[in-house]
Design a protein around this ligand. Structure first.
Ligand code: PLP
Length: 406
């Protein structure tokens, strides 16, 4: 055992409950993770002792809250190993981070005839903003396909790049297939053509150690709530040279330097991209979540989750009629599957009644579902607080689904 699982589970109050008279088994971690007591306490601590609007006041509380907020930015910077704190922008989630880049990058760099490259395995949040920006600006969105294991083909990607390609926007880890994309190789390839790369890390940071300088990616986005932190928090990492050049995304307080009747000058990084009062309580929780994860060790988390994935894949492979979607060698800890002709929604309903939370449906990846010619899958996504025994319970629940519906 890499860490003490009982001790870890005791940190998560929500996992202690029974649902339908059974202990809750939570396998919907790719949608949102549960929060340790340390995160919940950090929010309480903030409201009981530090609550105030930040960056504006000269009084004690305002300065204390501001210092804590900027300390959180330093924590995030260290967590993803960004070069500067000014490269860390707080947002309300991966979706907002991705919309910010698509909007500002589009305005600054995209002209009619230009091309953006993305992939068929993207979450709608890293697909629709690019699609709509391309439609508005007369550009073309080019979509890279996958092989039968749910992997991207780098030779095909290489053939798609040309002098019109302005950006590659790809997911680090697929929320449906679990595939961990070879993002370092992709960045190297793209940079040979002077093309910047945005990585959607919504499913990356919670499973893998991420070093944005080592990856050399130009943008990296993620949500706090998938990282054991509160809802409504997120991060955009961007290389300073790009963030300096991009126009602001939202306008208002905080992001200005001086406002005149006929024009406005904008604040320095990162504040240029943080208009209005931010989610300070959420950022306090995000900081506590990162401190918690760093104490466990992202390498340890990745190793333990790899064991969970191996165990689940072996056990579920023995179920007759199961078909996996996403069988890459390089996979994060989730399994997407269908059982015979059973609709994923029906399977999910029965599994739920056995106390197990799995996700069913298209997982916000309709282009991928269309290409696979399926309506959706059942997805069980594991976190470091899950156990092999819980996976055994899922296998039993699937046997019950088959009994009832086959
Ligand atoms: N990208 C990926 C790969 C995701 O899995 C998700 C959420 O499931 C998102 C983006 C969007 O995240 P959020 O809804 O937290 O903004």
């Amino acid at each position: 055992m890499i860490f003490n699982i009982e001790q870890v589970r005791a940190d998560f109050p929500i996992l202690q409950q029974q649902i339908y008279n059974r202990p809750l088994v939570y396998f919907d971690n790719a949608a949102s993770t549960q929060k340790p007591r340390q995160v919940i306490d950090a929010i309480r601590q903030y409201y009981e002792h530090d609550n105030c609007n930040i960056h504006r006041g000269v009084h004690y509380l305002s300065m204390k809250a501001t210092e804590a907020y900027e300390e959180a930015r330093r924590e995030v910077q260290e967590f993803v190993h960004a070069k500067n704190t000014c490269e860390i922008i707080f947002t309300k989630g991966a979706t907002e981070s991705l919309n910010l880049v698509a909007s500002s990058f589009g305005k600054r760099y995209i002209r009619p005839g230009d091309e953006i490259v993305t992939s068929i395995m993207e979450h709608h949040s890293n697909f629709v903003p690019w699609q709509q920006m391309c439609l508005e600006r007369g550009a073309t969105l080019r979509v890279l396909g996958i092989n039968e294991h749910g992997e991207l083909d780098l030779d095909v990607l290489s053939g798609m790049l040309n002098e019109k390609t302005r950006l590659i926007a790809l997911t680090h880890v697929s929320n449906v297939l679990g595939t961990i994309n070879p993002v370092k190789e992709i960045v190297t390839l793209a940079h040979q053509h002077d093309i910047p790369v945005l990585l959607d890390g919504a499913q990356g940071v919670s499973h893998l150690p991420v070093d944005v300088q080592e990856l050399d990616c130009d943008f990296y986005c993620f949500s706090g709530h998938k990282l054991y932190a509160p809802m409504g928090t997120g991060v955009l990492y961007g290389k300073e040279k790009y963030l300096e050049e991009l126009p602001p995304y939202q306008l208002g307080g905080e992001m200005i330097k001086d406002v005149y009747l006929d024009h406005t000058t904008f604040n320095e990084l990162p504040f240029k991209f943080e208009a209005g009062t931010p989610n300070v309580e959420g950022v306090m929780g995000l900081r506590a979540a990162i401190v918690y994860l760093r104490a466990l060790g992202m390498e340890n988390i990745a190793s333990y989750e790899a064991l969970l994935l191996k165990y689940a894949t072996e056990k579920l492979s023995a179920v007759e009629g199961i078909r996996f979607y996403g069988t890459s060698q390089h996979k994060a800890s989730l399994v997407s599957f269908l059982i015979g002709a059973i609709h994923p929604y029906d399977a999910g309903m029965i599994i739920d009644k056995m106390g197990i939370a799995v996700r069913t449906g298209h997982h916000c990846a309709m282009p991928l579902m269309d290409s696979l010619k399926i309506p959706g899958t059942v997805r069980a996504s594991f976190a470091f607080y899950n156990t092999m025994e819980e996976i055994d319970q899922l296998v039993s629940a699937i046997a019950r689904v088959k009994e009832m519906l086959s």
